[in-house]
Design a binder for this molecule. Structure first.
Ligand SMILES: NC(=O)C1=CN([C@@H]2O[C@H](COP(=O)(O)OP(=O)(O)OC[C@H]3O[C@@H](n4cnc5c(N)ncnc54)[C@H](OP(=O)(O)O)[C@@H]3O)[C@@H](O)[C@H]2O)C=CC1
Ligand SMILES: O=C(O)C1=N[C@H](C(=O)O)C[C@H](O)C1
Length: 273
C-alpha cells in the first residue's frame, strides 16, 4: 500500500470538523489519527460514534500539544486541519509549525498582520502551511469572475449571508474577496454625495479601497455571498450558495495533499489548484 498521510482534525465535533473527519476517514491515501475538540464532554469517546458515522477507533482528545507531539513522531509528515475558532487559530498554527506539523487552516478571523507573522514563522521553519478562507471551488470561480469584472466596474459592494452561529463578521471569504479586488490597485465607489448614516453601520463595513461589506446572520442560512457591481444602467451580480458543507471537502482533501509539498505559508485555495 502507498504511504498514508497521517491527519489530525482540530474542531472535530464542530459543523465543519464532522464533515472533514468523514472525508479524511474515507480517503484512500489518508489515515485519521486524531480528533480534537474543546469541550471535555466527549473526551475518550470514539469520534466516529460521536458524530454518528460508526466507530473509527480514534478517541476524542482536548489536549492539543500532546497530539502535535504525537503527529510529529509519525514516519510520514503529518497534517493538522484546523476548523476551530478565531480566538484559538493563531496559537494553534504556531504550535503545529513548531512541531514540524503541516497546518491546513479553514478557520477564519485571522488579521492580515497575523497571517504575515505566521508566514515569517513558517519560512524560518521551512514548513508548509495552507490557509484557505474558503475551500469551495465555486467561491474561487466567483472571486476570479469578480476580479475580471472589476476591470470594467468602479462600483462594488459585497453581501455575505451566514447561519447565526458564526463567530466572526465579516466572513473570511468576504474579506479575501475584497483583498483580491483591492490588489488591482484601484479605488472603488467614488462618493457622489455627502452621506449621513442615520443608524450607525447602515452602509456596512469599510474594507480596503472603498469596498463595503454587509453581513447577514440568520437561522436557515448556510454560507452565501454576493458581489454586486453597479454601472450606468446596469447591475452585474455574482452569487455563490453553499447549501451543504460537503462542498468544501474536495478542497480540504486537495489542501491536505498539497501542503506536504509546500515550504512556506500559502493563503488561498486558488494558489494550489
Ligand atoms: N474555509 C472554509 O471553507 C470554511 C471555514 N469555516 C470556518 O471554520 C471555523 C469553524 O466553523 P464551524 O465548524 O461552523 O464552527 P463550530 O462552532 O461548529 O465548530 C467549532 C469547533 O471548534 C472547537 N472550538 C470552538 N472554540 C474553540 C476554541 N476557542 N479553542 C479550540 N477549539 C474551539 C469546537 O469544540 P467544542 O464543540 O468542543 O466547543 C468545535 O469542535 C470558523 O472559523 C468558520 O468560519 C467554516 C466553513 C467553511
Ligand atoms: O462560518 C462559516 O460557515 C463559513 N466560514 C467561512 C468564512 O468565514 O468565509 C467560509 C464559508 O463562508 C463558511
Amino acid at each position: 500500500m502507498a504511504s498514508q498521510i497521517p491527519v489530525v482534525v482540530n474542531g472535530a465535533t464542530g459543523k465543519m470538523g464532522r464533515e472533514i473527519v468523514k472525508a479524511v476517514s474515507q480517503a484512500q491515501d489518508m489515515t485519521l489519527i486524531g480528533a480534537i475538540a474543546r469541550n471535555p464532554n466527549h473526551v475518550g469517546e470514539d469520534i466516529g460514534e460521536v458524530i454518528g458515522c460508526g466507530a473509527l477507533e480514534v478517541p476524542v482528545t482536548n489536549d492539543y500539544e500532546p497530539m502535535m507531539a504525537m503527529l510529529s513522531q509519525e514516519k510520514q509528515l503529518g497534517v493538522v486541519v484546523d476548523v476551530t475558532h478565531p480566538d484559538a487559530v493563531y496559537g494553534n498554527i504556531r504550535s503545529a509549525i513548531a512541531y514540524g506539523v503541516r497546518p491546513v487552516v479553514g478557520t477564519t478571523g485571522l488579521s492580515l498582520a497575523q497571517i504575515q507573522e505566521l508566514a515569517e514563522f513558517a519560512d524560518k521553519a521551512s514548513t508548509g502551511c495552507l490557509i484557505a478562507p474558503n475551500f469551495s471551488i465555486g467561491v474561487v470561480l466567483l472571486q476570479q469572475a469578480a476580479v475580471q469584472a472589476s476591470q470594467y466596474f468602479d462600483h462594488v459592494e459585497i453581501i455575505e449571508l451566514h447561519h447565526n452561529q458564526k463567530a466572526d463578521a465579516p466572513s473570511g471569504t468576504a474579506v479575501q474577496t475584497a483583498q483580491l479586488l483591492a490588489e488591482l490597485g484601484k479605488t472603488y465607489n467614488p462618493q457622489l454625495v455627502e452621506e449621513t448614516e442615520k443608524i450607525a453601520g447602515a452602509r456596512g463595513a469599510q474594507a480596503e479601497e472603498g469596498i463595503r461589506i454587509h453581513s447577514v446572520r440568520l437561522p436557515g442560512l448556510v454560507a452565501h455571498q454576493e458581489v454586486i457591481f453597479g454601472g450606468d444602467g446596469q447591475i452585474y451580480t455574482l452569487r455563490h450558495d453553499a447549501s451543504d458543507r460537503t462542498c468544501y471537502m474536495p478542497g480540504v482533501l486537495l489542501s491536505i495533499r498539497k501542503v506536504l509539498q509546500l515550504k512556506t505559508l500559502v493563503y488561498g485555495l486558488e494558489k494550489i489548484l
